[in-house]
Design a protein around this ligand. Structure first.
Ligand code: SAM
Length: 298
């Protein structure tokens, strides 16, 4: 699923940036591409021997390994011979793909909320698993206080796009502890600059009223230098308004967004942008249900 630029970034991080001061956490690896990038990169690192001595397996990778309703189409579209129906396991495929770097990887299969205990410092935290608010909460509560100030990088794969607004509000809630480093596609990277106390990660939802969530969504919206990405982030805010204030308020904000981004709302904008706009329009009309668009997208 990752672009070549994203793969290069992960390879470069492991080979050139990683110092062995903490673990590399790769959360939500699907078929294992990110873990392969980290593993192959680590093999070229001058810190390989030290990291292996210190951590034995410096990369910890998490994957549930259960086929979701959208995966069979992905397998077919990408010419994979592997076929499976939703609910079946694709763990054998993950193990095959990760095998060349298996000596460096602690591969944990299952729900990260059950397998995710980490007691060591974390130097690189790659997140493509935050598909539900409770997973986001788990990751923040269990990993953020283990980041090393001045060294740890959090890579949010689900950031500069139109879904999962809570990923952005939670990350921006911690902005006093991070410096934004930059973007690659939908991915945003943050350097941890200050120790995050464990207490600061607990019960965040109690301190985040609706207005504060909307303010943080606006802060997140400004991160990208790409107008199309900012438009997708504005659509993410539309979804947040839909949840917090209802359909009418979301429709009004969507109209405002459309007038602010005339280029992105033209018929010849990219397929991804058009799809996101259509999704936001449907979300504004739809009745609130327990199956939110975010959940469906996971
Ligand atoms: C979007 S995919 C990751 C794609 C991968 N980063 C790539 O680019 O190839 C998200 C992955 O997270 C996994 N996942 C979702 N919820 C999970 C959970 N609670 N525990 C562990 N893995 C989970 C899914 O099975 C899926 O493979």
């Amino acid at each position: 699923m990752m672009s070549v630029a994203e793969r290069r970034f992960l390879f470069g991080l492991a080979s050139k940036y990683y110092s062995g001061e903490g673990l590399i956490i790769d959360a939500g690896i699907f078929l294992g591409a990110s873990t392969r990038c980290f593993g192959e990169g680590l093999r070229e690192s001058q810190h390989l021997a030290g990291a292996v001595t210190k951590w034995r397996r410096p990369i910890v990778s998490f994957e549930r390994g259960i086929v979701t309703p959208t995966m069979p189409a992905f397998f077919k579209r990408n010419g994979l011979s592997f076929t499976a129906v939703p609910g079946e396991s694709f763990v054998d495929l993950v193990r095959d793909n990760v095998r060349p770097v298996a000596d460096l990887v602690d591969l944990r299969i299952g729900d990260i909320q059950e397998t995710g205990k980490i007691e060591q410092p974390i130097e690189i935290l790659f997140l493509d698993v935050l598909k539900l608010p409770e997973i986001n909460k788990f990751v923040v509560e269990n990993y953020y206080s283990q980041l090393v100030p001045g060294r740890s990088i959090v890579i949010q794969q689900d950031y500069l796009y139109d879904l999962l607004p809570y990923v952005k509000t939670y990350q921006e809630y911690f902005s006093e502890y991070f410096t934004y480093i930059g973007e690659i596609g939908s991915t945003a990277a943050f350097l941890c600059t200050k120790q995050i106390p464990q207490e600061a990660t607990l019960g965040i939802e109690d301190g985040l009223d609706g207005n504060e969530q909307l303010r943080l969504a606006s802060v997140a919206l400004q991160r990208s230098i790409d107008p199309a990405r900012r438009f997708l982030m504005a659509l993410s805010k539309v979804r947040l308004i839909r949840k917090l204030q209802g359909a009418k308020a979301a429709q009004a904000y969507l109209q405002f967004v459309k007038s602010d981004y005339p280029t992105e709302t033209e018929a010849d904008s990219s397929a991804r942008v058009r799809e996101a706009l259509r999704g936001a329009e449907i979300a504004c009309r739809a009745k609130q249900s327990s199956t939110t668009p975010e959940v469906a997208a996971a």
